[in-house]
Design a binder for this molecule. Structure first.
Ligand SMILES: [Ca+2]
Length: 387
């Protein structure tokens, strides 16, 4: 972990949360509170432009012809695979008040994926508890950080925990996400926001505070795997081409919320008005599924994918001038904003996403995260290939 990376700035996701951990572990007074910056005026866009499905950047999706296998895994839906246009463009860029939202999601390029089964919902606390009960698995957030991993940290700071969203008490500039993330000792999947919290009565909420290897281990135990980024986006688009959202072109069709995001001033304490029905995470299946029957492919919690993250991966695929067939992601990770971190792709956005910031509920946009960094708005779902 490289502390100098804090000055990189402009990172629009939780990608640098690992730094919060490193900072806390190194802090002599064991405090993680990062000085709040004064509010600076943030340019604000108004109504996003409507997108037509026949925009020339996107070609129609060509669904695969393979039919679903006869054996139907419970809780999963069949995604037929096929050929589609992947990525995002200026229409998405125009929605977020902070520029750069689509820089790593261009150019739009053609991709083909085989058919597969996909969890219809994000993995829930109930499902993750069965995994832990069966295997005795201990998540990354529950393990004490080692001196080898953080050689400069005082031994007394090596305490297990994870990153937690901590709303601001006064308006802050939105160019430094470390202002609203804290490392909280004792934060785990069973205590998502710290030792005082719990998941009692939350069996059907998505599990959070899972690092990439936690999600990967769950998937292997379940006889599944994490989706590739291409599989994830193909599934999220539901057979439609070039839509801004999982559900279509308009954020609020008929005035109805389609996903659990943030309404109101971000990231203020009591700033989320919860007009979509939820402040914080929601149980799964609270909003209409997409065409393929998948719930919460936008908002609620971020989802890990199996791919390493590179900011220029789409450019490298497009340069080949062929359809990318079952792309598996780059061979290794590279994020110029934090070149020392190893990151995997995350997708879908979370209950913290808003058009003031993040906006990653846009179906073609990408997220990323350091592989051992969990948080209380990050979960996952699995896929199951036919063979
Ligand atoms: Ca909400």
């Amino acid at each position: 972990m490289n502390r100098a990376l804090l000055s990189a700035g402009g990172v629009l996701s939780l990608a640098g949360a690992a730094f919060v951990l490193a900072l806390w572990l190194s802090a002599p007074d064991s405090t993680t509170q990062i000085a709040k910056q004064p509010l600076t005026k943030t340019p604000r866009n108004t109504t996003p432009p409507p997108r037509s499905r026949d925009t020339p950047l996107f070609s129609p999706t060509l669904p695969g012809t393979s039919s679903a296998p006869e054996t139907h895994p419970g809780g999963m839906v069949w995604i037929p695979g096929g050929e589609f246009s992947m990525g995002s463009d200026d229409a998405g860029e125009s929605i977020c008040s902070l520029p750069g939202i689509t820089q790593d999601a261009i150019p739009i390029h053609r991709v083909r994926v085989d058919g597969f089964w996909m969890d219809e919902c994000e993995v829930t606390n109930r499902q993750f508890a069965k995994f832990v009960e069966a295997t005795g698995y201990v998540t990354v957030a529950e393990r004490k950080p080692t001196q080898e991993e953080f050689p400069t940290a005082p031994p007394e700071n090596l305490i297990a925990g994870s990153t937690v969203f901590t709303p601001a008490t006064q308006p802050v500039a939105l160019n430094n996400h470390f202002q609203w993330w804290q490392y909280v000792p004792g934060a785990t999947w069973q205590h998502p926001t710290g030792p005082e919290s719990n998941i009692h009565g939350r069996d059907e909420y998505p599990v959070v505070q899972v690092a990439w290897e936690d999600a990967d281990n769950f998937a292997r135990w379940a006889g599944k795997r994490l989706p590739t980024e291409a599989e994830w986006e193909f599934a999220a688009r539901g057979g439609h081409a070039g839509e801004l959202y999982v559900w279509g072109a308009d954020f609020l069709p008929d005035g109805t919320y389609q996903a659990n995001t943030w309404q109101g001033q971000f990231p203020m304490q009591d700033g989320d008005t919860g007009l979509d029905g939820f402040v914080g995470p929601a149980p799964v299946r609270q909003y209409a599924p997409n065409t393929y029957g998948l719930y919460d492919m936008a908002g609620n919690v971020w989802e890990w994918t199996g791919d390493w993250y590179r900011h220029d991966y789409y450019k490298s695929l497009a340069a080949l001038q062929n359809i990318a067939i079952n792309p598996q992601g780059p061979a290794e990770s590279y994020d110029p904003a934090e070149p020392g971190e190893r990151k995997r792709v995350q997708r879908g956005g979370s209950f913290l996403c808003t058009d003031q910031y993040c906006t990653r509920y846009l179906v073609g946009t990408r997220g990323k995260g350091e592989v051992r960094t969990a948080s209380n708005h990050l979960g996952f779902r699995c896929v199951k290939p036919v063979n």
